[in-house]
Design a binder for this molecule. Structure first.
Ligand SMILES: [Mg+2]
Length: 355
């Protein structure tokens, strides 16, 4: 039986700012770019006003005029992140960082129960670093990640093997990894709101509705996930793709779908990889005859304060889309993907994300 932890720091960047400047305590605080920028993190006081990560700063200030916006200090956050990972390694060698503030730990071989290990790690982080973390404990990564969100902030939650079925029964499908607004709307039309509802759909029905994503949903809603905790995994890219319900042979329509996917990728980049440098933008198309093509190009040059939003410029993506589309010579498209590739960690200073 596997014991997997997902540990997630509570509004990490903002929490570091508050810890380092006690005059901010109790105030709504966010970290991000000022004039044309977006927020990377907002603390809970700011979230009460509706401020969220990836929200343009000017908009956040409309929601919350007293919001204190601090510039990002990635070097400081990275320092804290290293200390936290060192704490993780005192409990297990199997640590898979997902970003600066989040990691999976496999503690299957630890003598104590997963819940005990999680609370000891959280207590040690608070004692030594002065920040709070939340933890999820479960037999796999999928459930551990959902569980870490359950008693956030500064809490933990365990899903035991015998409790999985009951837990999923009433769990909204939107809690599943990868289920965004579009999938949720489609499921809602099928009167599916919870994982319990989703379990009533057969593999065939799901494949008909969602293609290969449907088969993934079949496993996700049953809490099945065999992925191992991978040590030292560093993301090389982030992407989002969708299999179209019907093949599309219209560049304008493809452009609209592309824009939705681009927004999704941008949100992930800002939320989890804001410290990485974007090396290139990628568009992938699969045509009706199942041939695939990929168009890749440089991001928009980042200016100070521009950040990922500018780097992932929509005009650049449109150009790549047109390029990939042209290679199909009129064939219709069945799948479209949008992504970014990151520079190696060594190359950070070439095109820094200025958030
Ligand atoms: Mg976090």
């Amino acid at each position: 039986m596997r014991k997997i932890l997902h540990i997630d720091m509570d509004c990490f960047y903002a929490a570091i700012e508050v810890r380092d400047d006690p005059s901010l305590r109790g105030k709504p605080v966010a970290v991000g770019g000022l004039s044309r920028g977006v927020l990377t993190t907002a603390n809970y006081e700011a979230r009460k006003f509706g401020c969220r990560s990836a929200m343009p700063t000017f908009k956040a200030l409309q929601f919350c005029p007293d919001l204190v916006v601090r510039p990002t200090r990635f070097d400081a956050y990275k320092e804290e992140s290293k200390k936290i990972v060192r704490i993780f390694h005192q409990y297990t060698e199997l640590v898979e960082p997902l970003s600066l503030d989040e990691a999976y730990l496999d503690v299957s071989h630890h003598g104590e129960g997963g819940s005990v290990v999680a609370s000891r790690i959280r207590a040690q982080i608070e004692r030594e670093i002065g920040l709070t973390a939340s933890a999820g404990i479960a037999p796999n990564k999928l459930l551990a990640k959902i569980a870490s969100d359950w008693n956030k902030p500064d809490g933990q939650f365990e899903i035991k093997t015998g409790e999985i079925e009951e837990f999923l029964e009433h769990l909204p499908v939107t809690r599943l990894h990868g289920v965004g607004r579009k999938t949720a709307e489609k499921l809602c039309a099928l009167e599916v709101r919870t994982c319990g509802d989703l379990q009533c759909l057969s593999k065939i029905e799901l494949a008909e509705q969602f293609g290969s994503w449907g088969l993934e949903l079949y496993l996700l809603c049953r809490g099945r996930d065999e992925r191992p905790v991978k040590v030292d995994r560093i993301r090389k890219s982030v992407s989002s793709e969708t299999t179209l319900q019907e093949n599309v042979a219209d560049l304008v329509v493809l452009g609209e779908i592309m824009e939705e996917l681009r927004r999704r990728v941008l949100e992930t980049v800002l939320g989890k990889h804001a410290d990485r440098v974007i090396k290139s933008l990628v568009i992938k198309l699969k045509f009706s005859d199942f041939t695939t093509t990929t168009a890749e190009g440089a991001p928009h040059p980042m200016k100070r304060g521009g950040g990922a939003e500018l780097g992932m410029d929509v005009t650049r993506y449109r150009k790549l889309l047109a390029e990939a589309w042209g290679r199909g010579e009129g064939k219709s498209v069945r799948l479209i993907g949008v992504g970014v590739r990151f520079a190696d960690l060594e190359g950070r200073d070439q095109l820094r994300l200025n958030l």
